[in-house]
Design a protein around this ligand. Structure first.
Ligand code: HEM
Length: 395
């Protein structure tokens, strides 16, 4: 291509939110070489995420897409990864056990788990790594219980997930091997549920039916995989990011401690400002159309940059500022995406993050960083990117 296109300024989040890129749109070349339109304006990102002429395309092989392109080849039947009526049907069936009402029933159990983990942390004594003590084990325990798989297999999940979220293109075979192992494992658990159903997602999905539509075994295994893959690290990263945000802004931590009822608003505001990932999924144009003042041509790639859009000053006044009292936090952000692929686990994820943060703040009134925050190391090798490597704390 003769067009001169600058490289995409990937800016992994490491503490301070990265500077806002130009808006509402700019052209850049991704690490894999593909040129894309990067959309940063709030209204334009909202339009792009649900645009009828923009859709998923898993045939491109951008290195930053990590395991996902590899996964596409392994999936059959309906899949959450693509668009269209099959995806919508699958979402309807799959989402039933994850509605806010169902999730509310899980809250007491999540509280008990968080308390148990923090009991252990208290007993071990400071300093302790908050990620290892709370942020990772809590979602893992919740998701294993929800799916109905033994928690002792959690360590294996963690390894498989690590393999699948690493970006390193040289490890593609390992990625596929991990994917295969995980599919085999989940298929075996599904067989067990068929003969001995329980109060869990695998059993609920086996029973799910709408008119004469049911989920196939392969779809259920794929959904279970999606829950672990989409729900585990993301929630762990969110808990880490929220606590980091509070430690970095002690006056906000103090405000939350003084007014614990702010927790739901606070975690949404913390996620909006602290969860910046350098990339978002690239969508492909199915035909020409105007967006953000440019003409997107058929075949063009479009990357809606949600972290930038949710700081767009036109929509979020002083959007760079973390304010846990910000009115209506979460009403309009893109923390859980938007439109036809919006997060299916948003209610559960929000509950886990909220319970983790609220319990921590309540139980450890003198919580503080054990090392200077500027010295913390961040992941730069994960899809979709970002996240702390550890978060040592004292109390
Ligand atoms: C704080 C934690 C989480 C965050 C920030 C998050 C964020 C997101 C986002 C932004 C998307 C949309 C991706 C896109 O547009 O391509 C998404 C999709 C999805 N998430 Fe989450 N998520 C979290 C936790 C969870 C949990 C706990 C589950 C499972 C219980 C889950 C299951 C899913 C699924 C299945 C999809 C795909 C939906 C579809 O394509 O139709 N997520 N998530």
């Amino acid at each position: 291509m003769s067009e001169q296109i600058p490289s995409y300024p990937a800016c992994p989040f490491s503490g301070e939110p990265p500077p806002l890129p130009p808006g509402p749109v700019f052209r850049a070349r991704l690490p894999g070489g593909d040129p894309v339109w990067v959309i940063t304006g709030y209204d334009e990102v909202r339009t792009a995420l649900n645009h009828p002429f923009l859709g998923r395309d898993l045939t491109t092989d951008d290195p930053h897409m990590g395991a996902e392109a590899a996964m596409a080849g392994a999936l059959r039947d309906r899949t959450l990864l693509l668009d269209g009526p099959p995806h919508a049907q699958l979402r309807r069936l799959a989402g039933r056990p994850l509605t806010p009402v169902r999730v509310a029933e899980l809250r007491p159990g999540i509280r008990r788990l968080a308390d148990g983990l923090l009991d252990d942390m208290a007993e071990a004594g400071p300093p302790e790594d908050l990620l290892a003590r709370l942020a990772f084990p809590l979602p893992l325990a919740v998701l294993c219980a929800l799916l109905g798989v033994p928690e002792r297999d959690g360590a294996a999940f963690r390894q498989w997930a690590d393999r699948m979220t690493a970006i390193d293109a040289a490890t593609r075979d390992e990625t596929l091997a991990a994917l295969h192992t995980m599919f085999t494992y989940l298929t075996e658990r599904l067989e067990e549920k068929r003969t001995r159903p329980g109060q869990d997602l695998l059993s609920a999905w086996l029973a799910a039916q709408e008119e004469d539509d049911r989920l196939t075994d392969n779809e259920i295994v794929q959904l279970a995989f999606s829950v672990l893959f989409a729900g585990y690290e993301s929630t762990a990263a969110a808990i880490g990011a929220c606590v980091y945000g509070l430690l970095r802004h002690p006056e906000q931590l103090e405000a939350l401690r003084a007014s614990p009822e702010l927790a739901p608003n606070a975690v949404r505001e913390l996620m909006r400002t602290q969860l910046a990932t350098p990339y978002y999924r690239v969508l492909r144009a199915r035909r020409d159309f105007p967006l953000a003042g440019v003409t997107i041509e058929r075949g063009d790639g479009v990357m809606p940059l949600t972290w930038a859009a949710q700081r767009d000053p036109g929509r979020f006044p002083s959007g760079d500022v973390l304010d846990i009292r910000r009115a209506g936090a979460g009403v309009a952000d893109f923390v859980f995406g938007y439109g036809r692929h919006a997060c299916l686990g948003a209610a559960l994820a929000t509950t886990m993050v909220e319970v983790a943060v609220a319990t921590l703040v309540r139980r450890f009134p003198t919580l503080r960083p054990a090392v200077p925050l500027e010295t913390l190391a961040w992941h730069t090798d994960r899809f979709p990117g970002g996240g702390l490597r550890e978060l040592p704390v004292r109390w």
